[in-house]
Design a protein around this ligand. Structure first.
Ligand code: SF4
Length: 935
């Protein structure tokens, strides 16, 4: 039988367990396991890239020959996440797991998976499942013989079934959404205190401890749900709720109650996907039945996160030309798409590790990332995952979204340009509100660059020779306008003029070293950006430091003014070129609009949908950016002095490169305070908002009013017509008992060797369970290289962002599952992770997280604090330290130590930490002793 011929391998904390094909169960060291596995014909493992990495990536072993249990699980339970360990797989399958677990247990897991598949086929026989199994067989999937056997599939399969068949055309089986009438406006009844607190206790359950901070939070949050008393003046609550307050349930109580009583929708918005998922999980308390929960609570993300069925169909059309691994991935994705809750490819119910096991570009190719959506004209429109989530959100009580989506939503609504216009929500909660400045900065800034302009060329002209569905405007609309001379002429003019935008492979025309013999002057846009690069190179500073330093020391930007004369000249030429695209584009849109009106009776629904979609996407994808770019080019032509006087924006030039490759060159235009346009716009819609975070106020000032004013400046509430209600809710932790902060005062952290020595010994002192945070990727990599071996010799695994070939979520899973492992990371690890318990007990900060001293920062610090710009920097550092410290203690039973390896840490930065946490400046040696003693 299939399973008899194979061996199985598990690795835990550098100890390997191997079940050989001879039936011997061996405990081996890494070296012994490598030797043995080399002789085994095929090995069962869980997560092959991680297993291979744990074996120190030996050259004589090919992990592609392994049988990964996660792939088998993906076929049988497509939407279930299994973790990476035998224990987590056992838990997911609800089977007992022996302790300690050895490699033979993998056979038990396979038995259970197979049993489930057999039961499923017995009770719900599915020809489609069989056909998918057969397709996997011909795609040479290693598990396919087992599936063929279990599902009783007769071979050979008829030729007709070898083609991508109905079993893969899953859109035929997906439910179709139906248009529903727009929802009536919500009632405006205020919330009663008693009912709100009653809802909170329902959410908490009978066993929960009473947290006064949480009760106060729920109570005060009611104010955001009160009826609005003046037009454009929302009721706003600004609440700082420290870690452990229980703020999520604190705002969920009034939000769910208001939505039920008033039949309206509340949008809860986060900055990180991680928190979005955490909030979604919290709703199981109120709606334990998944079907009811799905109706009331919808998670919404940007379109680029969802599987586009038209992209999937296109990939299936070229199925026979795909490589074997891609074929397997596509079939498994079809299995998943049939069962997924929402079609979210990144962070939904597609397991995290999918990207680790297959070509990671595939998911990006299948998502709706190229702006090619044809909306109502798409044959899959009515079962489209994106459209489905939009429609469901209209009737949901709660929409869990993110900051960026709200901003996009408002902008679409303002442009009167989307199906999402109806039922615009009136109540918003912004969790992680300390990120509002970053989110608004991304939403309201303008990038005029090689990447953006070449992307517009691709969108208008298609991939020019490449076979993918990047069709370009002509293919998208030509059959609808055929025979209309005016429209055809205008379309030709647009496409002709578009050739002035950079080609897709523009990077082959650029080099990091300016070369006067290879000036890209055959294309006016490329030449313009060549001159931009020339100005940057002439005016920026090169990093000449011999040691790895933060990337920002290699300045890759410069001020726009004064402008190189050649650049100014080229700007005028380019502005003309862009107008030659823009003018026929606007006429094309007007003519289409006219056609819609005059031919209303003769146009079929399909053509009408195509025309409407084309108008709105042309406006959003082409007219809007081109208009902004023309304005920017005209700005370059203005007298320098006039520009310098601008008070609200900053414009600068920047190049992004890696090694000798240029990634982008552009002109960037930012609001100095991007919360201003956001707050001005959202007040048109919002009746109530809660802005909340664990890190709103910087407590360096003793004057409470000053700390609140600074917090308000960062989130933009000074731009509201009325002041918000402020609330600060106490954290329930006893930091004196639970935590320590140690600042190492005898380390030269500029030396990578010293830094590595410190990390190594601190990690050894805590016996793992440590997170190392870096401000620069290069330094992280240099330290990782030096400490991985000595740590592993002590049976402590080290994982690292930017080093290990697995995604961040998988890394965090791994770190959590191996309790004594260590993890190195940068910003993403500092802000978004939640690891309660003993897996994280030590955080080591490499140096003070000073903000990147770039042009944008230079102007912002002066703008926000003209009298004392340093205060802006210091406040940012304190809030970052506070965020990082917040990762350490998540529950009342957590204990942890926070170490800063920067002897120059100013005392005024220490107010970042809770006032009751003991802080000491000590030598590295004493810190090591102190850590040993504390744990
Ligand atoms: S409607 Fe758009 S996103 Fe949805 S399947 Fe069609 S093209 Fe893709």
């Amino acid at each position: 039988m299939f399973l008899d011929k194979y061996s199985a391998l598990t690795i835990h904390q550098h100890q390997c367990s191997l079940m050989t094909s001879e039936g011997e169960l061996l405990d081996l060291s890494i070296e012994q396991a490598i030797e043995k596995i080399g002789k085994e014909p095929a090995v069962f493992v869980i997560h092959s890239p991680v297993t291979y990495r744990k074996l120190h990536t030996p050259k004589n072993i090919n992990p592609h020959g392994w049988f990964d249990l996660l792939e088998l699980a993906a076929f049988i339970y497509p939407t279930k996440s299994f973790g990476f360990t035998p224990q987590s797989m056992a838990q997911a399958l609800d089977i007992p797991c022996p302790e300690p677990v050895s490699a033979d247990f993998l056979f038990t897991i396979i038995d259970h998976l197979v049993q489930h598949l057999q039961d499923k086929q017995r009770h719900f026989p599915s020809e489609s499942l069989k056909a998918q199994g057969a397709a996997l067989f011909y795609a040479q999937w290693k598990w396919a013989p087992l599936i063929i056997d279990v599902l009783n599939i007769t071979l050979p399969i008829p030729f007709s079934q070898l083609q991508p068949n109905d079993s893969l055309k899953i859109w035929r089986k997906l439910p179709k959404w139906q248009d529903t009438p727009p929802r009536s406006p919500p009632r405006q009844q205020p919330l009663q205190r008693k009912e709100t607190l009653q809802r909170l206790s329902e959410l908490l359950g009978p066993q929960a401890e009473t947290r006064m901070g949480q009760i106060d939070f729920a109570d005060i949050s009611r104010a955001a749900f009160a009826p609005r008393n003046h037009p454009d003046c929302p009721n706003v609550v600004l609440a700082e709720a420290g870690t452990g307050t229980g703020k999520t349930l604190g705002y969920m109580a009034p939000a769910t109650l208001w939505s039920e009583q008033n039949e309206g929708t509340v949008w809860i918005n986060t900055y990180t996907k991680h928190l979005q998922r955490q909030i979604e999980e919290e709703f199981t308390r109120l709606y334990p039945d998944p079907e009811i929960r799905k109706k009331h609570v919808i998670v919404r993300k940007g379109r680029e996160n969802y599987l586009c069925l038209l992209n999937l169909e296109e990939h299936l059309n070229t199925f026979s030309q795909q490589q074997s691994r891609n074929k397997i991935a596509l079939i498994l994705l079809c299995r998943w798409a049939e069962e997924t809750n929402d079609g979210d490819l990144f962070g939904g119910d597609l397991p995290n590790w999918f990207n680790d096991l297959f070509n990671e570009r595939l998911l990006y190719q299948l998502a709706e990332r190229r702006g090619e959506c044809i909306h109502g004209a798409c044959p899959h429109y009515q079962c489209c995952f994106v459209e489905n989530s939009i429609h469901k959100a209209q009737d949901a009580n709660i929409v869990i979204a993110n900051h960026a989506l709200v901003m996009q939503h408002i902008s679409w609504h303002d442009n009167n340009d989307s199906v999402e216009q109806s039922n615009f929500p009136t109540r918003f909660i912004f969790d992680e509100a300390h990120h509002l400045l970053d989110a608004t900065d991304s939403a309201y800034s303008v990038a005029f660059s090689l990447l953006e302009t070449s992307e517009l060329r691709r969108w208008l002209l298609g991939n020019e020779g490449n076979k993918t569905r990047s069709k370009g405007l002509k293919k998208r609309i030509h059959d609808v306008i055929i025979g209309d001379n005016k429209l055809e002429r205008l379309l030709e003019s647009i496409l002709q003029a578009t050739h002035r935008l950079p080609v897709l492979n523009w990077s082959s025309h650029f080099s990091t070293e300016l070369d006067e013999h290879h000036i890209p002057d055959s294309n006016p846009t490329e030449y313009f950006f060549y001159l931009v690069y020339m100005q940057i190179t002439a005016r920026s500073q090169k990093n000449t430091s011999p040691v790895p330093v933060p990337e920002y020391y290699d300045q890759n930007e410069c001020d726009l003014f004064p402008i190189l004369p050649e650049l100014k000249q080229q700007a005028a030429i380019l502005s003309e070129c862009f107008l030659q695209i823009l003018t026929p584009l606007l006429q094309f849109i007007q003519t289409l609009e006219h056609k819609l009106k005059t031919d209303i009776d003769t146009l079929d629904k399909y053509s009408k949908d195509r025309i409407e979609t084309t108008i709105s996407s042309l406006q959003r994808r082409a007219v809007n950016p081109l208009s902004v770019w023309v304005d920017l080019l005209n700005l370059l032509d203005q007298p320098d002095q006039k520009q310098q006087e601008a008070q609200t924006h900053i414009t600068f030039l920047k190049v992004e490169k890696t090694g000798t490759r240029i990634l982008d060159i552009g002109i960037f235009h930012h609001w100095l305070d991007p919360t201003l346009p956001f707050m001005k716009t959202i007040t048109n819609y919002a009746h109530g908002m809660i802005l909340t975070s664990a890190t709103l106020r910087d407590d360096s000032q003793h004057d409470t009013e000053v700390t609140w004013q600074a917090a308000e400046k960062r989130v933009g509430t000074p731009h509201l017509p009325f002041a918000p209600i402020r609330a600060s809710l106490a954290c329930p932790f006893n930091y004196t008992e639970q935590a320590r902060v140690l600042i190492i005062n005898d380390l030269n952290n500029l030396s990578i060797n010293n830094l590595s020595h410190a990390f190594l010994n601190l990690f050894l002192a805590s016996q793992g369970g440590a997170l190392g945070l870096f401000t620069a990727i290069q330094r992280l990599k240099a330290v990782h290289q030096r400490i991985i071996q000595p740590l592993e010799e002590q049976n402590i695994s080290l994982f690292a962002q930017h080093v290990d070939p697995i995604n961040n979520n998988s890394l965090i899973e791994l770190f959590k599952s191996e309790q004594n492992s260590c993890l190195l990371g940068t910003d993403a690890m500092r802000d978004g992770i939640n690891i309660p318990g003993n897996s994280l007990r030590l955080v080591v900060f490499e140096k003070m997280p000073w903000p990147r001293p770039d042009i944008l920062h230079r102007e912002r610090r002066k703008y926000f604090y003209p009298e004392n710009p340093n205060f802006y920097d210091e406040q940012l550092v304190r809030l970052r330290l506070r965020q990082a410290f917040g990762r350490l203690i998540r529950t009342q039973s957590d204990r942890g130590i926070f170490v800063i390896l920067d002897r120059r840490t100013p005392t005024r930065m220490l107010s970042a930490f809770p006032s009751d946490v003991p802080i000491a400046r000590i030598s590295l040696q004493d810190a090591i002793a102190s850590i040993r003693e504390f744990f």
